[in-house]
Design a protein. Sequence first.
Length: 286
Amino acid sequence: MITFRLNCRGKILDLSARTYVMGVINCTPDSFYSGSRTLDASAAVERALQMVEEGADILDIGGESSRPGADPVPEDEEIRRILPVIETLVQKVDVPISIDTIKSGVARRTFEAGTHILNDISALRSDPLIPEVAAQYQAPVVLMHIKGKPKDMQVNPHYDDVVAEISGYFEERIAYATSHGINRENIILDPGIGFGKRLQDNYEIIRRLGEFSKLECPILVGPSRKSFIGRVLNLPPEECGEGTLAAVAAAILNGAHILRVHDVKAAKRASLIADRIAGKTSEIAS
């Protein structure tokens, strides 16, 4: 088994010991799940503090929705939405904070404020300056697979072999990142559940998640309340909590290291059991 110890600007995460839960904080008015939207900075901080109490290992803060069909947000507006939240949280929590952005200017401002991880859904393709920022701050980087952009990613996506194509994409993106000064051990891979994928692609990705292990990077999976669950259950995102937990457990058993979720308490409990089944050294509740 490969050992993954992630250095988040001084905060060390042993991703080989157990599964880590990343809590989602959306400082947006238009995220696909209504329960995750927090336009008010104080409400976002309160939600984040609650997630930490519930066991969140990482907080992921975003100010631009990436739901299907979403329009881009100007850089100054994105910064306005998230910077007060981040500036408060770095003083109040000990867990690493991730910035969910594709913009170098946003990344730089938040790293200056104390964030620890860059979560780039474009895998460093949207802004040629963003690798330089991540390299400068020696921050871990999440490289996510997406076909197209949020505005058009769900317009007839097609794959002959979805896992093979994503693997090839990752190989190219890893090479790009390392050639721009990002350390290989700082790279996390996210296959992009729901991002330019057909219904069956999402299930195949989770089922074959172990095939990404050949890339020798930790794997992040974000299945939380997405339409691949809702379409099978015929339910809106607000009623897809149980389906999310099934996806979380399956992802862990197939090799996920980090789960990005809206419902931290439930996912944390599910991960403790799934980790035991998977044979990981997991925490035991007292």
